[in-house]
Design a protein around this ligand. Structure first.
Ligand SMILES: C[S@@+](CC[C@H](N)C(=O)[O-])C[C@H]1O[C@@H](n2cnc3c(N)ncnc32)[C@H](O)[C@@H]1O
Length: 409
């Protein structure tokens, strides 16, 4: 008989409606002395079964749901869930790089799997999943026949679970660099040295948007640019781009990637702090048709937003709007769950009042299909992007309207 965790009434209702976590306060009783990382039965306050979950009493989230009901949890179960997750992504095209598994949103709590061509990168974020590493590797080998599987479990979340960081080859060989193909461009990155698992797959759709909108000759500023995919997509459409980042390795990759794609004459880099570099460009009198702001998460708790990050976002937006020409476009993203779309909008509105410009919202976007968002799990919506167009001081979109801008011409 598996050990059981009995929930308090409200928590029971929430977990029945597909919320995947119970916190210490949600637990009424624990029966059968489960060990950390074990699978337990989860019951509501009447004792009725809700499903099965990973259990870790030392973590701030002790219960992470795996199943509804009591189906057999074995290697075959993990294999089926991996297949379902991959099938959910079948619409993603024109790239060899996809997030195959996105944790709770794919019913595999704490498991990330990214595919870069023939190489798979795995990240395990909790103690329960840690016990299933071998079954996962086995299933990934069988389902996707990769050349190699590499682990990048070097994330802060593991500390809370009582786990050490872990990186290294799990199977086969992992070429370094790996090549990411996206809409005809090739990006060299490293699953060993790169940030996260090597590439920011979640901005794929926004890069496509930018590429579709830029015109030959446009000037693009890619702030927090990493290895430069926004900049290179824009350059491929005929723009000239400047990439700012504080990671020298990433900027080295921007230069390599620009060369590899025959775009070296259109892309330059600036190493340093984003706000300082934007300030310097402003002082130099540089102005851009597009600015992309894609900062790191910066906020792990809501209070951090209130206590200073909000001010930093307003400053970031103020500099970006100052650097934009009239009629220019700003992509402003946040990848922190704790920063809502409303927060981004407020930051940009405040900045606009300093700069003195009217802003037309061109689009609001969220993370792409391979980073699923489950409505009952608010934490799965993390990436939001506000895209605005800076209108001139008199509120017009164009400084000099051209006949070529008219539709149905
Ligand atoms: C979310 S990633 C950007 C991803 C990128 N836009 C893409 O599409 O691949 C954030 C980047 O910000 C950089 N970064 C973090 N803090 C910074 C700072 N204070 N100044 C400049 N860059 C910073 C990191 O090195 C990282 O490359």
């Amino acid at each position: 008989m598996k050990p059981s965790v009995i929930l308090k009434p409200n928590a029971g209702r929430k977990l029945r409606n597909f919320y995947p976590w119970a916190f210490h306060d949600d637990i009424a009783d624990i029966q059968g002395d489960p060990e950390p990382g074990a699978i337990v039965l989860v019951r509501d306050s009447s004792g009725a079964m809700i499903g099965q979950a990973f259990y870790n009493p030392g973590a701030s989230i002790p219960i992470r749901m795996l199943t509804r009901g009591e189906e057999r949890l074995d290697a075959g179960w993990f294999r089926r869930r991996l297949m379902e997750a991959a099938a959910r992504r079948r619409e993603i095209r024109e790239t060899n790089a996809v997030r195959l598994v996105h944790g709770e949103a794919d019913n595999l709590p704490g498991l990330i799997v990214d595919r870069y061509g023939e190489v798979l990168v795995v990240q395990i974020r909790n103690m329960g999943m840690e016990r299933w590493r071998e079954s996962i590797v086995e299933a990934l080998r069988e389902l996707f026949a990769p050349r190699g599987i590499y682990e990048r479990s070097d994330v802060e979340a593991r500390e809370d679970e009582g786990l050490e960081p872990r990186t290294g080859l799990l199977w086969g060989e992992a070429p370094d660099p790996v090549e990411v193909l996206e809409d005809g461009l090739v990006f060299e990155t490293s699953v060993v040295r790169g940030q996260k698992t090597g590439f920011y797959l979640d901005q794929r759709d926004n890069r496509r948007r930018l590429r579709g909108w830029v015109r030959p000759g446009d000037q693009v500023l890619d702030v927090y640019g990493y290895i430069g995919p926004f900049a290179l997509h824009a350059a491929a459409a005929g723009a000239t781009a400047v990439v700012i980042d504080k990671d020298p390795w990433a900027l080295g990759q921007v230069e390599r990637n620009a060369l590899r794609n025959g775009l070296a004459d259109r892309v330059t880099v600036r190493l340093g702090d984003a706000l300082e570099m934007m300030g310097a460009l402003l002082a130099e009198g540089r102005r851009f048709d597009w600015v992309v702001l894609d900062p790191p998460a910066m906020v792990k708790r809501r209070v951090e937003w209130e206590r200073g990050v909000r001010r930093r976002f307003v400053e970031m937006a103020r500099l970006a709007l100052g650097l934009l020409k009239d009629g220019g476009g700003l992509f402003f993203s946040s990848c922190a769950y704790w920063i809502r779309l409303e927060d981004l909008m407020e930051a940009v509105r405040l900045a606009a009042s300093d700069v003195g410009c009217r802003l037309r919202v061109r689009d609001v976007t969220y993370q792409p299909l391979d980073h699923p968002w489950i409505l009952q799990i608010p934490e799965t919506l993390y990436l939001k992007t506000l895209i605005v167009e800076k209108q001139s001081a008199n509120g017009s979109d164009f400084v000099r309207p051209r006949k070529a801008d008219l539709p149905w011409g």
